[in-house]
Design a binder for this molecule. Structure first.
Ligand code: 5RP
Length: 227
């Protein structure tokens, strides 16, 4: 699994705490990344102990892990809704966050939007007063030049995400490309989110605004929650 940094014990506490929120007989969105992986493993242990739950994965990674630990998986087409989605983040400020470090943000936002509740699980390194990390943007392969130009018009500095163990760019699970765009300190996340969504060729961006219900931050000794 790629590393997004942060403290593993704190991630584990956050992930396991969120898994403990999952109720019997519910559908749970399974986010992507190292923090959510702790939640999925904890759910697997709970299923072994008798919990009846169905998971909707947001990536190959979370689906493969869920199957490995015997959490039954379904797609959004198979379920009438999602009760609770658990997912990680690359940066959180208040109840807004940036996601897409694993290039899974399109399905992550789809599942989060379908969920009654979204719980974000992070370690303290992800917390910020204001969002200022590069925003991952998934785009159609043919749209690279016009989308880059539109991002520069919005004041951003776009950079195509390069693969680490493959020559050339990252290609997402949806066969698209990813641009990471630096906007500096983001003063108006909702406004930027709307501007990004309006660019032709953009499939999805990693700004999550107005979706989070609760943030669980793992600490050195336990968790802190914001809701
Ligand atoms: C994947 C994501 C991840 O949730 C985000 O990158 C955080 O990952 P981790 O929990 O490994 O730090 O958005 O697209």
């Amino acid at each position: 699994m790629k590393s997004t940094g942060g403290d593993d014990d704190a991630k584990r506490r956050a992930g396991e705490h969120a898994a403990g929120m999952v109720e019997d007989g519910t559908v749970v969105g399974l986010g992507t990344g190292s923090t959510t992986a702790y939640a999925i493993r904890a759910l697997g242990r709970a299923v072994d102990a008798g919990l009846d739950v169905v998971g909707v994965p947001t990536s190959y990674q979370s689906g493969d892990l869920a199957r490995e630990v015997d959490v039954p998986v379904r797609t959004l087409d198979d379920v009438s809704g999602v009760d609770l989605a658990i997912d990680g983040a690359d940066q959180v400020a208040g109840f807004d966050c940036i996601k897409g470090g694993g290039a899974a943000h399109a399905r992550e936002k789809l599942v989060a939007s379908a969920a009654d509740r979204l719980v974000i699980v992070v370690d303290p390194s992800k917390e910020a007063d204001r969002l200022d990390r590069s925003v991952p943007i998934e785009l159609l392969p043919d749209a690279r030049r016009p989308v880059s130009a539109a991002l520069r018009d919005l004041g951003g500095e776009p950079e195509l995400r390069e693969a680490e163990r493959k020559d050339g760019p990252v290609v997402t699970e949806n066969a698209n490309l990813v641009i990471d765009c630096d906007f500096g300190s983001i003063e108006d996340p909702a406004g930027l989110a709307a501007d990004l969504s309006a660019i032709p060729g953009v499939v999805e961006h990693g700004l999550f605004v107005g979706l989070i219900d609760e943030v669980v931050v793992g600490t050195a000794t336990g968790v802190e929650t914001r809701r």
